[in-house]
Ligand binder design. Structure first.
Ligand SMILES: Cc1cc2nc3c(=O)[nH]c(=O)nc-3n(C[C@H](O)[C@H](O)[C@H](O)COP(=O)(O)OP(=O)(O)OC[C@H]3O[C@@H](n4cnc5c(N)ncnc54)[C@H](O)[C@@H]3O)c2cc1C
Length: 559
């Protein structure tokens, strides 16, 4: 189904690099995926340059509340975790990748503990495990009650900081991949805001680059993702010629604290674990509408809950539904959910005695840079790990708390793959025939987010997506920004939005987290993944692949 469309800026116009750094491996991003990869690469004795565009603890990782899913309990097994992962994934998971995730998961969590992370324990001293939507077992390990991500980030940042072989550069926005004339990875261009010698636009050279840049939640106005989640990694990979897949599968978290009709930017999450502990949803008439919607009722997979909420909101005209967690009692709220309790109380809502207003908001990107089971992208020397990657483990919908686990498991595997792949290779000479095609002005960002919220959110139709595509084509045709951080990010957001909308238009069915009002059921012929590349002129080319497909695998043929 390959076809060419709108011209998307092909290379971000940046002044020539003013300084150069070198390392064995460059890791871009300091969330769970980047930090884990850096530690494992160091364990092989290689030098690491870890660059991150804000401070080292910014990113989605530190916001994670619920926990990490792994088959750690005696009554659980990787096979059962696999069953739940595949069910949530709506028939599109890559079973080889998912099997690796669940099988290697428990060891990866143990290694995280060895690096210094502390998980909550039960009275016997074992790791306390809770349940979240889509899981049939208690298998979610958590820390600080609902502050798992903060603890994961703290432990990994401390471990990285203690290793002098990892050179960490903060406030360093990576712009584009540098490739050799033969198409191999040679490094990245980046813009660093000093102090020090590395100030302004520079080049970091290495034969191996790991993208661990997180998701693209800021494509939408209403999101749980922090401001750094602007899809930079997936956009720069596209510009370099790498394949991306599954961008239409955006998970909308069903229960995000409703802050009023004009709220924008990162919004507070009310974790699924609250429902795991017994809270339930009520509509505007006080009815428990999830009972009868799905056998797991309030703990159904996220897409099922988000769609049910949107339907109720539409029927009643209400701007939100309610979450009733009053039966949990003050003790559970204080000890198990201190972060959520505080974020509600700051806004005048006391979950111990009040109903909590909630509505869905963008939460997680299941798609991203296509990788094999060792994190290799389709460009030699370029790897992707964590939310930026699309290893196929999530399929059409991520199972709750599988994402921190993905960063841990595949960070380990990428380090091993780098060691194998780099044997006998030096830094390739970079080629300078890149075409700079300008950036979009940051003023486009807010209208872009509003257009995406209105037309490509939980509810999509051919009409809404067509108007969204038209809006994006018009915006992308007029690059007018000056190369500042915000303009570069906005260009990345628009690039990702364009591919997302193209995929959502093409996929004439509802599956997982992609819900088309005009095609409400899954269609057997759509049990395929959409894989997109961009040529040097900014034209998109999309093909259909079997869910079993991985780059470099035997099933390399288009379907
Ligand atoms: C509110 C919230 C709650 C969540 N709860 C859970 C949960 O309970 N369990 C779970 O498993 N998952 C949860 N998730 C999802 C999970 O947190 C993320 O998927 C995961 O942390 C992603 O890790 P990462 O390392 O891939 O990316 P991130 O942690 O987002 O890190 C990305 C890094 O890349 C850097 N970066 C980005 N672009 C550039 C660039 N151009 N140049 C340089 N650096 C760049 C960023 O600054 C950041 O350091 C939650 C997410 C949110 C937002």
């Amino acid at each position: 189904m390959g076809h060419a469309r709108t011209r998307i800026p092909g290379r971000l116009a940046a002044p020539s690099p003013g300084w150069t750094a070198r390392a064995d491996v460059i890791v871009v991003g300091s969330g769970v995926a980047g930090l884990t990869t850096a530690l494992r690469v160091r364990a092989l004795g290689l030098s690491v340059l870890l660059v991150t565009k804000a401070t080292v603890n910014e990113g989605s990782t530190r916001w994670a509340q619920g926990g990490i899913a792994a088959a750690l309990a005696d009554d659980d097994s990787p096979a059962e975790h696999m069953r739940d992962t595949l069910e949530a994934g709506g028939g599109l998971c890559n079973e080889r990748s998912a099997d690796i995730l669940v099988t290697e998961g428990p060891d990866a969590v143990r290694e995280l503990i060895a690096w210094g992370a502390h998980f909550d324990t039960d009275p016997t001293g074992s790791i306390a495990l809770t349940r979240e939507g889509g899981h049939h077992r208690n298998r979610i390990a958590h820390a600080g009650g609902d502050a798992t991500g903060a603890e994961v980030s703290r432990a990994l940042v401390a471990a990285v900081g203690a290793d002098p072989g990892i050179d960490v550069v903060e406030n360093a926005l990576v712009l584009d991949l540098i490739t050799s004339a033969g198409g191999r990875t040679a490094g990245v261009t980046l813009h660093v805001i000093g102090p020090g010698q590395r100030d302004g636009v520079g080049a970091a050279l290495a034969p191996s680059v790991v993208l661990a840049t997180g998701g693209f939640g800021q494509v939408f106005g209403q999101t749980t993702n922090p401001y750094v989640a602007t899809g930079d990694g997936a956009a720069l990979a596209l510009r370099a010629g790498a394949a991306v897949a599954d961008l239409e599968f955006v998970q909308f978290h069903p229960t995000v604290l409703w802050l009023g009709p004009v709220a924008k930017g990162q919004q507070p999450l009310v974790s699924e674990a609250v429902r795991g502990e017994g809270a339930f949803l009520l509509d505007a008439d006080g009815q428990r509408f999830m009972v009868g919607e799905h056998p797991m009722a309030d703990l159904a997979p996220r897409d099922v809950v988000a769609k049910a909420i949107m339907r109720r909101m539409r029927e009643s005209g209400a701007a939100h539904v309610w979450l009733d967690g009053r039966e949990l009692g003050a003790d559970t709220w204080v000890h198990r959910f201190p972060t959520i309790l505080e974020s509600c109380r700051m806004r005048g809502i006391d979950p111990v005695s009040d109903l909590i207003p909630v509505s869905p908001a963008q939460h997680y990107a299941s798609g991203g840079v296509v990788t094999d089971t060792d994190g290799r992208s389709t460009i030699p020397g370029l790897y992707a790990c964590g939310e930026v990657a699309c290893s196929g483990v999530h399929g059409a919908n991520r199972l709750a708390s599988n994402s921190l686990l993905e960063g841990l498991v595949f960070g380990r595997r990428i380090a091993d793959a780098i060691e194998v792949d780099r044997a006998g290779r030096d830094v390739p000479e970079s080629s300078d025939d890149d075409v700079a095609m300008g950036v979009l002005a940051n003023e486009v960002r807010r209208p872009l987010q509003q257009t995406m919220d209105a037309n490509a959110g939980v509810l999509r139709s051919s009409q809404s997506l067509a108007s969204c595509a038209q809006w994006l084509d018009d915006a992308l045709d007029r690059p007018s920004g000056t190369p500042r951080t915000e303009d570069w990010e906005t260009t990345n957001l628009a690039t990702i939005a364009r591919v997302l909308v193209e995929h959502a238009q093409a996929r004439e069915e509802s599956r997982g987290s992609h819900w088309r009002e005009d095609h409400p059921d899954p269609q057997p012929e759509w049990r395929v993944r959409l894989v997109t590349t961009m040529d040097s002129h900014g034209n998109l080319h999309t093909v259909r692949r079997s869910p079993d497909w991985l780059p470099g695998s035997l099933e390399d043929s288009e379907v």
